[in-house]
Design a protein around this ligand. Sequence first.
Ligand SMILES: NC(=O)c1ccc[n+]([C@@H]2O[C@H](COP(=O)([O-])OP(=O)(O)OC[C@H]3O[C@@H](n4cnc5c(N)ncnc54)[C@H](OP(=O)(O)O)[C@@H]3O)[C@@H](O)[C@H]2O)c1
Length: 340
Amino acid sequence: MKYRGLGRTGVQVSTLCLGCLGFGLWTEEAESMDMIDHAIDSGINFLDTANMYGRGRSEEIVGKALKRNGKRSHIVLATKVNSPMDDEDPNATGSSRRHIIDQCEQSLKRLQTDYIDLYQVHRPRSDTPIDETLRALDDLIRAGKVRYIGTSNFSAWQLVESLWVSKELGLNRFVCEQPPYNMLDRRIERELVPMALTYGMGLIPWAPLARGFLTGKYRRGEIFPGEGRLTEERERMIAPTRTRLHFTEQAFAVVDVVGAIAKEKECTTSQVALAWCAQQPGIISPIIGPRTMEQLEDNLGAVSVHITDVDKSRIDSGALPGRAIVPYLIADFRPQQFRW
Ligand SMILES: NC(=O)c1ccc[n+]([C@@H]2O[C@H](COP(=O)([O-])OP(=O)(O)OC[C@H]3O[C@@H](n4cnc5c(N)ncnc54)[C@H](OP(=O)(O)O)[C@@H]3O)[C@@H](O)[C@H]2O)c1
């Protein structure tokens, strides 16, 4: 495993981060805990979860696994706040001081820890001034409950605004951002990546495999068995509008190129897609989201795959730099929140 500095902090994180979204949702607790152990034994020291993943279930499983293996102190543990935690309570959501402090306490309990290494604001909010959010997060750092703060799904201007406010008010600043990024959706290369490189903001992308499409397991015109994340059955469970949005000729053509590169390197298509993501400018650690131990094994192999400049230009010819070639790849985003 290789390690990189997390943005401008002095902390080293593995070049793959284990995403825990599916733990307790589509991966049973026992297998999830074994996967956490295996990832850590393989050198991963960076775990990403969120309060809203299974409404606390994922955090509980992560907490239980770290208690069982006794590795908490070696782990850079990231979680998030912002999404609704109670449908009846209008204050159980968002980036207010009230909700952030309340949820931090809840996450600490579920994670069975005294501190969160990286506490991230899951979505930007236009209804809460950024100074309120930053002051609450700064208080949590000063209280020793949080070590670093970050964001997810923020645009470049929102981050620069936050840096300006932190500087003006003498508050701790965001050190990293978690955007969607993969070969089919390269929008962040236009503004977010240059901003991150300029201001020392670490980028830790989610959906590096475009939710499974870049594994090459989906084929033109073929019906895929029910357990695949992008099959109609699974899609209906998550968000009906997303179904088969990835399944365009342009996207399949990218998978063909990636598959050909993988064949030459004697590795899997998903390993090339993950290695490409990890080796793009500004990227610190793509967040993998394996559903099974077998998928985790495969994903881990990406750390030893080297992507050459020639590979990159072959990929660029279909997966256009700075562009999303699949419309609304991440369709659950409301456009007003995302202004890349
Ligand atoms: N901040 C945010 O807003 C946000 C949003 C989403 C996710 N995240 C974070 O990012 C993490 C990763 O996101 P993601 O799950 O969308 O990542 P992803 O890597 O794009 O997709 C993961 C999916 O790809 C499939 N897959 C992975 N390896 C495979 C293999 N070797 N063979 C076949 N299929 C394979 C699995 O789907 P199947 O079910 O088809 O097997 C798996 O669920 C999450 O766990 C979470 O921590 C953050």
